[in-house]
Write a protein that binds this ligand. Structure first.
Ligand code: PMP
Length: 338
């Protein structure tokens, strides 16, 4: 597959902005101030951040067993979705309900986009997908797996079929992968050049940093890098993310505690008569409840904020897994309301 041919002509002819990193004693080349603030050790606020986020990308690459050249950094994975659509354009296809930004960004960039309903088990509807692939010849397909807001992962064989069949880019958005027991698609990048995997640190305690990553063939990384703004990831975010990734054990412990709380929360919800929770591989649970709107408002009145999925997954609420105490408060209040 020739990635260049898939790229929008305006991006194809672009050259990536190159912020050169030339070692020197007196740095007077970038219109920075000589006076900085010491926020964290080794961070000079007066200097621009590393435009290529080399150390951070290196750590991510190592943890995923890929090369640094296969990783691109984003100001959250949101930004990478934006940059990907800016690079390849539409038609964009994705199953629904799913993460709303695929549609919002497509529309903002003036690209065609089509949502296609998931099947009854929230898995990919392959008849529909095959038809859309034939009819629309999508340049991009976005598959959030585990999916937000349904929580489940799509069947791996269905995702694989789409990757093999698609003549465009297939993005597997693994924002919630760390909470799942299903296999990541990262190892398949070696075999499929049109595959892109998205990851983020937002769900593991670092949402405030806005650090997301795209893992892909270097031809894709090079093209998307052309539309990336030069200093998209600030110095503080880079530094804190580097420290967090080096303290991998702590991250893992926290992920495990969310997973065990998710299991407990699921059991508690399943015990309630009028509630139907859907199995989740993510850090949230979607559940159907007869009086969804009323429950949403009632919970809010008691200080517990969940997501009302009205208009997206009718009659459902989505609850994020919190600390054991937060989860207890949620369960106690929902029980009272019902
Ligand atoms: N993909 C999915 C499926 C998500 O649910 C989210 C966050 N809601 C994102 C991407 C964006 O994450 P980030 O904070 O890295 O921009």
């Amino acid at each position: 597959m020739d990635i260049k041919k898939l790229v929008k002509p305006n991006v194809r002819s672009l050259k990536a902005y190159k912020a050169e990193d030339i070692p020197c004693k007196v740095k007077l080349d970038a219109n920075e101030s000589p006076y900085g603030f010491r926020v964290l050790e080794n961070i000079n606020t007066n200097r621009y951040p590393d435009p290529e986020a080399k150390e951070l990308r290196g750590l991510v690459a190592k943890s995923l067993k890929v090369r640094t050249e296969n990783v691109l950094h984003g100001n959250g994975s949101d930004e990478l979705i934006y940059n990907l659509i800016a690079t390849f354009g539409g038609p964009v296809v994705y199953p629904t309900p799913t993460f709303s930004m695929y549609g919002i960004i497509s529309q903002a960039l003036g690209e065609k986009y089509t949502g296609l309903s998931l099947d009854d088990t929230f898995d990919l509807d392959m008849d529909g997908m095959n038809k859309q692939m034939q009819r629309l010849k999508p340049k991009m397909i976005f598959l959030s797996s585990p999916n937000n807001p349904t929580g489940n992962s799509y069947s791996a064989d269905r995702i694989l079929h789409i990757i093999k069949r698609s003549k465009g880019i297939v993005v597997v958005d693994e924002a919630y992968q760390q909470f799942s027991t299903k296999k990541s698609f990262v190892p398949l990048l070696k075999r499929y050049k049109n595959l892109v995997v998205l990851r983020t640190l937002s769900k593991v305690g670092l949402a405030g940093l806005r650090t997301g990553f795209m893992i892909a063939h270097k031809d894709i990384v090079n093209e998307v890098n052309k539309v990336r703004l030069p200093f998209n990831l600030n110095s503080l975010s880079q530094k804190v993310a580097i420290n967090a990734l080096k303290e991998n054990r702590k991250l893992k412990e926290r992920i495990n505690s969310i997973i065990s709380e998710r299991k407990r929360l699921f059991k508690e919800l399943a015990k309630m008569d009028s509630v139907r929770p859907f199995p989740s591989d993510a850090n949230f649970i979607l559940f159907q409840v007869k009086t969804a709107d009323k429950c949403y408002r009632g919970l809010l009145k008691r200080g517990v904020l969940v997501r009302n999925m009205k208009g997206i997954a009718g009659g459902c609420l989505r609850v994020t897994v919190g600390t054991p105490a937060e989860n207890n408060t949620f369960i106690k209040n929902l029980k009272q309301l019902l």
